[in-house]
Design a binder for this molecule. Structure first.
Ligand code: F6R
Length: 364
């Protein structure tokens, strides 16, 4: 049931601190400050690459995972949407881990990609939410997300649980590959253990985000920008907005702005900039300057340090607490989800059952 929430999506957004906490506990031992390596029965030291694939929001989770695996475990990740992956007949090495991300575990294209990799003799690992699913059954190893049933068609809690699993796996892989020290492990486990607390704080921004959504519900188009791990989150923000509010939105890597999309910027174009004060921040701000100079209306999502460092005039600034860099894509997902949710509520759309969409896409 929806409890006292208007929609399942709203309920599922609010469940995130709790379900992320359950999910993380499966991979990390908070009291010892170590990973639970037995949660990932894969010898990451012997793997030379990850070949990953997924669809939609799950694909964006995988894209963020790529940054973590490459940075923390120095493990290269090739990732593609499953509808391309399954037909590309890419050369695959048997020393690669094939990794799939899916809430339902039934998505036709992702399942076909999994079967292709199996045929090629790869070890199959799947991040799935439904443990009795076809993908779970056909995998060598499953990395469960403990999000509980997700009813809203727009994925929210499954996404942040997928991210929590991928971040944990990157730390486990880093430990096995010797790319992080024991101190690094302890620090990273501690930082990940703080996700539920920061997620609870992010939910407190709800009223401000509702007010911003009133403005956003008046527009026809919107642009989302981010760099680094905030880039896939920009893609996710645009997907979430278009699928439930039907407002046309696009996500771009901030550095791509000048390669085309900047032509769209005028006084009627809201630009949602996702910019935690991380090592990409200065670059993102310079892209924001280009937007501001052309009259674009900036909605900046940042933290205390970012707000202090940016002198730009924005239409709205959403300020999260300062937090460790590794957890920003998980925490910043919450304002992004709330922005889409409230905009859709103002538009009066069917938030939990948007037109033309199905929760589980079991046909191509
Ligand atoms: C968007 C959304 C979809 C799914 C995609 C994959 O909010 O929910 O993009 O993420 O259809 O579904 P799963 O994760 O079940 O494979």
């Amino acid at each position: 049931s929806k409890g006292n929430h208007r929609h399942f999506m709203e309920k599922e957004i609010h469940e995130q601190p709790e379900v992320i906490s359950h999910t993380l506990a499966n991979y990390l031992d908070f009291s010892k400050g170590t990973v639970r390596s037995n949660a990932a029965p894969v010898d990451f030291a012997r793997i030379d690459r990850i070949a990953a694939s997924a669809c939609g929001t799950a694909y964006y989770a995988g894209l963020i995972g790529k940054y973590w695996f490459e940075h923390i475990a120095r493990l290269p990740v090739d990732i593609d949407v499953a509808s391309e992956f399954r037909y590309r007949e890419m050369p695959l090495s048997k020393d690669s881990l094939a990794l799939f991300v899916s809430q339902s575990g039934e998505t036709a294209d992702t399942l076909a990609s999994l079967r292709y990799c199996k045929q090629q003799g790869l070890t199959i690992g799947s991040v799935v939410n439904v443990r009795e699913s076809t993908m779970a059954r056909e995998s060598d190893t499953i990395f469960p997300t403990l999000a509980g049933p997700e009813v809203g068609v727009a994925s929210t809690k499954a996404f942040t649980c997928q991210l929590s699993v991928l971040a944990s796996l990157a730390v486990i892989a880093g430990k096995m590959r010797g790319t992080i020290s024991e101190d690094d492990e302890r620090r990273l486990v501690h930082e990940l253990s703080e996700i539920p607390r920061y997620a609870t704080q992010a939910l407190k921004l709800e009223q401000q985000i509702e007010a911003i959504s009133r403005d956003l519900s008046q527009v026809k188009h919107a642009l989302y920008l981010g760099r680094g791990t905030s880039f896939p989150l920009a893609l996710e923000g645009a997907l979430k907005l278009k699928e439930i509010s039907y407002i046309h939105a696009e996500g771009y890597a901030a550095g791509e702005l000048k390669h085309g999309p900047i032509a769209l910027i005028d006084e009627s174009m809201p630009v949602i900039v996702i910019a935690p004060y991380d090592h990409w921040f200065e670059k993102t701000v310079s892209n924001m300057q280009e937007v501001a100079a052309r009259g674009g209306k900036i909605i900046l999502i940042t933290d205390e340090r970012g707000a202090a460092a940016s002198t730009l005039k924005t239409m709205h600034t959403v300020i999260l607490p300062d937090m460790p860099e590794i957890i920003t894509p998980i925490i910043y997902a919450l304002p992004i989800q709330m922005l889409a949710y409230y905009t859709a509520v103002f538009m009066g759309t069917d938030v939990d059952q948007p037109r033309n969409l199905a929760k589980s896409v079991t046909v191509e």
